[in-house]
Ligand binder design. Sequence first.
Ligand code: OGA
Ligand code: NI
Length: 333
Amino acid sequence: MAETQEFSHIPIIDVRDLVAGTAGKHAVATQISEACRASGFFYVVGHGVEDELQRRLQQLSREFFALDVETKMRIRMAPGGPAWRGYFRVGDELPSGKPDQKEGLYFGTELPADHPLVKSGTPLHGPNLFPEKPAGLRDAVLEYMAALTRLGHALMAGIALSLELSESYFADRYTREPLVLFRIFNYPPPRDAGLWGVGEHTDYGLLTILLQDNAGGLEVRSRSKWVAAPPVPGSFVCNIGDMLDRMTRGLYRSTPHRVRNPAPRDRLSFPFFFDPNFFAEVRPIDLPAGVAPPDDAAERWDRTSVHAFRGTYGDYLLNKVGKVFPGLRQEVM
Ligand code: OGA
Ligand code: NI
């Protein structure tokens, strides 16, 4: 990835005009451009996702995680097979090689068992595993994924505009049928201060849209320090993933971040990953002259990622997934 820049705050962008498709969307795109070059992180407000849905999702998620672990393990991840869905316990996931202090539920686009991609055993495609209790969680998750998918399309149109590309640039090439991964994480208060809820990492795809509760604890790496991304009521935190960093030769940054729950109670978060289609070949963007990064930046970036553009997004993701869930590797790959 590109060298990390120095930044000290994460901007809040009102995306109302982008979501509505009104003339002000170009001003929104300008703000997105600045944020993506500086830190790769920004908050969005005015996104149009209903409060009621967010509150319902949070309440039902708390009810689920409050169940005993045996009940939760009825939908454990392994029997979900290659679809990569279901529940995992605290310590099952290893993004930085050490167990994370979080438990979670993995969801994705809901596909029926007789869908051709599911029948052929395509990794990461399949039906979700929903718990029996609480009963409303299934509907809340499906509604939320639909709402965030719409928002993802709108934000990617804004990102395209911000690069002086046609609004449908990403939709035409990558996200007509996006790969959507959605997780609900519960971070208990860490048992010792050396343990992270999620260790330092970058996200894999195009765009992550995160809902967090009011506990705090998300930090983003600037060149010389960590910058807090505290909860802002009514907002989502958006960040650029590795694919967009690669496509823009490091102009837009996939910036490392991490989480430690600072609260004396559980912390809930809801990362939604809006990613290229599984079969899409990821290619560099031919950026307009006024937008392209300076030559030296492109060179530096290329040297560190020679193999960046070989293969599909699915290839890239499976390689990462195998490292995060060693136990799942054999089943998925
Ligand atoms: C992630 C992530 C942050 C959070 O899942 O990639 O960075 O607050 N999550 O859970
Ligand atoms: Ni992340």
